[in-house]
Design a protein around this ligand. Structure first.
Ligand code: ASP
Length: 350
């Protein structure tokens, strides 16, 4: 007797974003709308040969309003439905999608099922929408199996237009191009064209077989300090003395360089002595921090600033939130910032 293979089951988690928005007839601005409206605009979904269920944020939100409590809500939804589904598709606004993708990659430990995040630049009700294609492709990616029958993607990834990219390597690079997301320091997980061509060497594999563990506490007492010529010492001191601040992602120039004068290095060193953790991340969209290249970068390393190597800003800030959220001391946070936890950075020798 031929055994029936069970149908693939995918859960869509609709959080909001342009993909599901419609224009308010009075104000003419786009506002999030409910999932029924969204799915009614994708009749092709019925042609997919798998079972699809959905849950939605109530109310759906513009992703500019996303915060760590929403990330916890998504992570818990995945945890509560983990055994019942083969894969998850998260519909999300594009503005903070790279932050959510990075945050979830840390929050979902031992993930071995696909969590594919997508959205669109034009609402799904628009004639030229990119939302329909992105949604259908995300569902296909979430359902894809390898020749040995395991999930093709076993990590958090963003599917957008022609790219499937690792969530914690992604950045939004365009406010109006359909190809809005790129992974600047890591190969695409798949190229999406006529076919979806997976790069199996780049895909994460968790062979530990440990059960999914969700970490849903993120500590928001972290911040970016972005360097620019003309920054004053009073601005710098003010920011470093922000009440309650535990971690700073310092967005430096080029290969991790900063001004070398005492006005700059002094307050940085003092903040580190007070216990603030400072991570050096380059402002460049591509490449890595290399503190041994120039004296200006080396000064920071000597003061105790940690190298973020080629980590994105989005992954850096959410990694800090995650580590402090686990209740770690500043020394422990410094230790784990120097380690690659889930494919978010490539460690060089700097
Ligand atoms: N403001 C929207 C959002 O992030 C933009 C989008 O979805 O493209 O929710």
């Amino acid at each position: 007797m031929v055994k029936d293979t069970p149908r693939t089951r995918i859960l869509i988690i609709y959080t909001g974003g342009t993909i599901g928005m419609i224009e308010n007839p009075e104000t003419r601005v786009l506002q999030p709308f409910d999932f029924t409206h969204l799915i009614d605009n994708v009749p092709k979904i019925k042609m997919l040969n798998f079972d699809i269920d959905n849950i939605q944020f109530d109310p759906p939100i513009d992703s500019s309003n996303m915060d760590p409590s929403h990330w916890s809500e998504i992570a818990r939804a995945i945890e509560n439905n983990y055994d019942a589904y083969d894969g998850f598709v998260i519909l999300h606004g594009t503005d903070t999608m790279a932050y959510t993708a990075s945050a979830l990659s840390f929050m979902l430990e031992n993930l071995n099922k696909p969590v594919i995040i997508t959205g669109s630049q034009l609402p799904i009700g628009e004639v030229r929408t990119d939302g329909e294609e992105n949604l259908i492709t995300a569902l296909q990616v979430a359902a894809e199996r390898t020749s040995s029958g395991e999930a093709m993607v076993q990590e958090v990834a963003i599917l957008f237009e022609n790219h499937l990219i690792r969530g914690n390597r992604s950045s939004k690079v365009s406010a109006d191009n359909f190809n809005a997301f790129l992974s600047n320091n890591y190969p695409d997980l798949a190229r999406v064209g006529l076919d979806i061509i997976y790069d199996e060497d780049s895909l994460a594999r968790d062979s530990s077989n440990r059960p999914l563990m969700v970490h849903d506490v993120m500590d928001p007492n972290v911040m970016f300090i972005v360097l620019h010529p003309g920054m004053t010492s009073s601005t710098l001191e003010y920011l470093l003395n922000t009440p309650g601040i535990k971690g700073v992602v310092l967005k430096t120039y080029g290969a991790g360089n900063s001004p070398s004068g005492e006005w700059f290095t002094g307050p940085i060193a003092k903040a580190i002595e007070r216990g603030v953790v400072i991570l050096n991340v380059t402002q460049c969209v591509n490449g890595a921090v290399n503190s041994s290249l120039y004296d200006t970068g080396n000064t920071l390393a000597r003061a105790g600033v940690i190298s973020g190597h080629d980590i994105t800003s989005e992954a850096a800030i959410t990694k800090m939130m995650y580590l402090f959220g686990k209740g770690m001391s500043n020394k422990q946070v410094e230790k784990y910032l120097q380690r690659n936890i889930c494919g978010e950075m490539t460690i060089n020798k700097s």
